[in-house]
Ligand binder design. Structure first.
Ligand SMILES: Nc1nc2c(c(=O)[nH]1)N[C@H]1C(S)=C(S)[C@@H](COP(=O)(O)OP(=O)(O)OC[C@H]3O[C@@H](n4cnc5c(N)ncnc54)[C@H](O)[C@@H]3O)O[C@H]1N2
Ligand code: MOO
Length: 431
């Protein structure tokens, strides 16, 4: 990371007045970042959402034995005669957890429960509902009509879920509920995970007040820190809340120094547009190589990104400076910061799930920039459909709150006719 200017490439840092496309900005960010590697061991029940540090090899076969997939009768499939009924005598009952110790001879079968170990020599289970049982004092007779079962059916094979020595989960996995169950099925109670990425978060703007403070004339409550903190928590990251920072070089410098000392990333909102940015730029120029971009997108045009330099052998602290307008802050977070933070956290990239939905109204759009509109997607008579969620102003948080998705109109895309298909990012898919 010594020569970030080269790694970022000429285009983003030298973009000057040119507008970068969303894809160019994303690519420049991804090319600059190096994941953190330090790891720690955590108990399984604390591993949800954490990033697996190394491939997890299965120490056992799961299941450990061939076993029955059904409640029924286990027998040797070779006993089945093509085109003729088969009758077998049941010589015992097998329960899960209690392997069969006896013998099973020709023409015999065993009543077996789901999950019980298949005895040696038996490879087929006929489910109870597919056979006729005739009760007899010396052992029930089981009649199987031709064609209801084939040899080998309803047997679960040893190791078919997880095979001894094979990777059960790969490094970089963000662990989800089923993964924790999978690890438990291997008898493993703790995991090596990448340490949590630490993100310092603050809002800038003299007009901002925080919860509990009085709202003087001209002031507003800081909302960005709360929506961004929640978005960071959803990603499973550690948040260092640095509160509000006034529009003063010394306050900014002091806060950035603290963030650089304590965090891997600093995420800010406000103060990146043309207005009063000069002193911000001067402070950032002293601390690192932050580029101020204009991205061809709406909302969220102004955005700054780059490394704040620490010691010569230390990785930089990465700055993501989001625009102040509350919707622009969230849209740029999801467009640029989300995947970059997952990359830094060591997670295998997981692009957002994109749904295609029919737009219930026509949308005006000119090619040459990406537009994000707040929408409400629902299932209608002809499949997924989406309508816009109220006012689309970059400062209108209410419509963002009412929305359940973002309608994403791509860089090259033009206007959309009523009923046309559009891409949708589901908020519930934003992990
Ligand atoms: N001459 C220009 N003016 C503006 C441009 C431009 O390119 N040229 N870009 C506009 C766009 S687009 C946006 S977005 C904003 C972004 O500006 P900043 O990042 O410098 O943000 P601020 O000016 O500090 O704030 C903008 C707006 O958002 C409110 N805000 C800021 N922080 C918070 C917060 N933490 N919680 C709630 N609301 C917040 C702030 O009060 C302003 O109303 O600039 C446009 N102007
Ligand atoms: O980022 Mo701005 O929100 O496009 O107004």
């Amino acid at each position: 990371m010594s020569d970030t200017r080269t790694e970022l490439g000429v285009s983003p840092l030298m973009a000057g007045d040119r507008n970068l496309s969303v894809d160019e900005a994303r690519a420049a960010i991804a090319a600059a970042l190096q994941p953190i590697t330090a790891h720690e061991t955590v108990p399984l029940m604390e591993a949800l959402g954490r990033v697996l540090a190394a491939d997890l090899l299965s120490p056992i076969d799961v299941p450990a034995h061939d076993n029955s997939a059904m409640d029924g009768y286990a027998f040797a499939g070779s006993a089945l005669q093509p085109g003729a009924p088969t009758t077998l005598r049941s010589v015992g009952t097998l329960f899960a957890g209690a392997p069969w110790a006896g013998e099973v001879g020709a023409g015999e079968c065993l009543r077996i429960m789901t999950g019980a170990v298949m005895p040696t020599g038996l490879d087929t289970v006929v489910p109870l509902e597919l056979c006729r049982v005739q009760t007899e004092p010396e052992g029930d007779l089981v009649h199987i009509e031709p064609g209801v079962i084939r040899p080998g059916e309803n047997r679960r094979h040893r190791g078919e879920d997880l095979a001894l020595g094979k990777p059960a989960l790969r490094a970089g996995r963000m662990l989800k509920p089923a993964d924790l169950g999978l690890v438990a099925s291997l008898g493993i109670g703790e995991l090596s995970v990448v340490r949590r990425l630490r993100v310092a978060l603050f809002s800038t703007g003299d007009e901002l007040r925080t919860l509990g403070q009085a709202l003087e004339p001209g002031c507003i409550y800081d909302s960005n820190r709360y929506s961004l903190m929640a978005a960071l928590q959803r990603l499973g990251l550690e948040v260092l809340d640095l509160g509000l920072v006034r529009d003063e070089p010394e306050a900014l410098r002091a806060t950035l120094n603290r963030a650089m000392a304590e965090a891997d990333v600093v995420l800010t909102s406000g103060g990146v547009s043309m207005g009063d940015a000069d002193h911000t730029r001067a402070v950032l120029a002293q601390l690192g190589e932050v580029a101020f971009w204009k991205v061809a997108m709406r909302p969220g045009r102004p955005f700054a990104f780059g490394p704040l330099k620490r010691g010569p052998d230390e990785p930089p602290c990465w700055l993501f400076a989001l625009p102040g307008n509350p919707v622009a802050a969230l849209v740029t977070f999801y467009s640029f910061a989300r995947e970059a933070l997952l990359q830094l956290a060591g997670a295998t990239p997981q692009p957002l799930a994109v749904l295609q939905a029919r737009c219930t109204t026509a949308l005006r759009k000119r090619p040459g920039r990406t537009e994000f509109q707040r929408g409400i997607v629902e299932h209608g008579p002809e499949g997924w459909q989406v309508r816009l969620a109220g006012s689309q102003g970059a400062g209108i948080l209410r419509s963002m709150s009412e929305a359940n998705c973002l309608v994403v109109l791509g860089h090259e895309q033009g206007s959309v006719a009523e009923g046309g298909l559009v891409d949708v990012w589901l908020f519930d898919g934003l992990v």
